[in-house]
Design a protein around this ligand. Sequence first.
Ligand code: F6R
Length: 605
Amino acid sequence: MCGIIGIASNKSVSINIINALKKLEYRGYDSAGLATITKGEINEKKCPGRVEKLEKILFQNPSEGKLGIGHVRWATHGVPNKVNAHPHSSEIVSVVHNGIIENSDELKKKLEISGQIFKSQTDTEVITILLTEKLKKLDPLNAVFETLDMLKGSFALGIIFKNFQDFVIGARRGSPLAVGYSNNENYLGSDSYALKSMTNKISYLDDGDVCLLSKDQIKFYNSKKEKINKEIFTLSDDKSSVSKGNYKNFMIKEIFEQPISIKTCLKEYIDKIREEINFYNLPINPKDIEKIVLIGCGTAYHSCLVAKYWLEELTSLTIETDIASEFRYRKVRFDKKALYIFVSQSGETADTYAALDICKKQNVKTCSIINVVESSIARHSDCVLPIHAGPEIGVASTKAFLGQMLVLYLLSLKISESRKDIDQIQYKRKIIDLKKLPSLITETLKEEEKIQLIAKDIYTSKGSMFLGRGSSFPIALEGALKLKELSYLHAEGYPAGEMKHGPLALIEDGLPVVVIAPKDKYFEKTISNMQEVIARGGKILLITNSVGQVISENVRFQIDLPESDLSLTPFLFSVPLQLLSYHVALFKKCDIDKPRNLAKSVTVE
Ligand code: F6R
């Protein structure tokens, strides 16, 4: 993943680099570094750990300089320590890198044979050494182009030079890179969010592009070294706060924001007067669609799985779901009458982007459901359906998951209505029910205190299981994913009906088993599966909406959620699972907003 920043200015840049790196920490936070040109020399400072630590180092020993690059790392090659932290510098060049150089071992071997010595275990150092060699004969731009020709893989680079102190060079292949424009200052950054506090004028590099950025101009080149122009976008003035307010951390703030984010999204898509769902820009008329393919990673993929149940229920279409990292390498048969839907909060996930790119090359119809509207996935797809959740800062996705499901549900309803798979009465009733969702979520959030007690009871357990049937199965997967990523407690999500085919062997006395059982057509079956777990000693946490009814004496905890249209249970049943993982992680004193080994935006495959 990693985040990179570059600034060329008429004043000192290190404070702005640090501030931008803090915004990029969602991309990686195991080490940080920066390099400036100070008194004619490359001045590199780096450390393992967070940007805050780097800031303290700079406080004691400031880095002057009007030109600089910075980096936050998510380790791919080599452990997170000072030597492997970026930038990677020689006497004359310094490089920050996001992505993976796939042929780095091969290049490294050749360079070592020719006498080069590597200090780090990273793939990036290969670039520094290649550039240092090429700069002996070539000017910086040509040295960069020749080096890029030797690299395989995906990357975004920021480079400064000791002997050319007027500019930063940026290059993109596969990993995103934006530039920002201001007075006497220009910027390079992994995304527009990092640059937003400094400018709202942004351009995006495309694959193969290189840019040369000085304090008063930015020049762009395509992969053939031809000079090109770039469109300048004005970023929307997103007033939604990215501060924690009175909350302990971003995750809990984002969980409690869900009634509002859902309400905002509903307003965007439902015409108040006509009680009608609006999707103006779909790349294919719903009547002509024969198949829908839903693609994403992690939590976003779970929203696709939920949508499969809705779409199968509401339409007569064939629905497929796919994990992006699998889809991109499979021998997929593409279908011109299919709609390929890509779901991503960040819009920068490398695997999802690659899967989208494959579809674009096959000339099939694409649509993305994203949160960050300026993102690479949004810009690359035929049609964009934003989830309007506002910035999600906590690494564990919460409000974006509900937002993704909401847009998928609205789309399912709209497609169903357009194809006359459901009648107008049903359609309008579903919209009325849907509009109750924000207040139903508010009601559900009141269960927090009870969930805190459950968390206290289970946080020392060795493992846990999450079970559900129908659309509650992907919710079980999501509940398990949240618990493991936040609290490092092992958790398995399973279709309840599959337990007897193997996983039942895991059940032992006291193992926490979360059973997700709304009163839908699967209810009795799920409860029977729950009894099988109880008989083997499992400690049951039952989440249901059976309005106070005691389902079994042997249930350790029962959470009763408000009644709703059954299509809406995936939204409501997700909320207690978010709160559970949050409180277990709090009891375990884990870093809630930045769980170990993870990053918010996964820009490497
Ligand atoms: C888990 C989580 C991840 C993301 C996944 C895809 O809480 O956040 O599993 O859902 O990395 O990210 P996006 O949605 O940005 O494509």
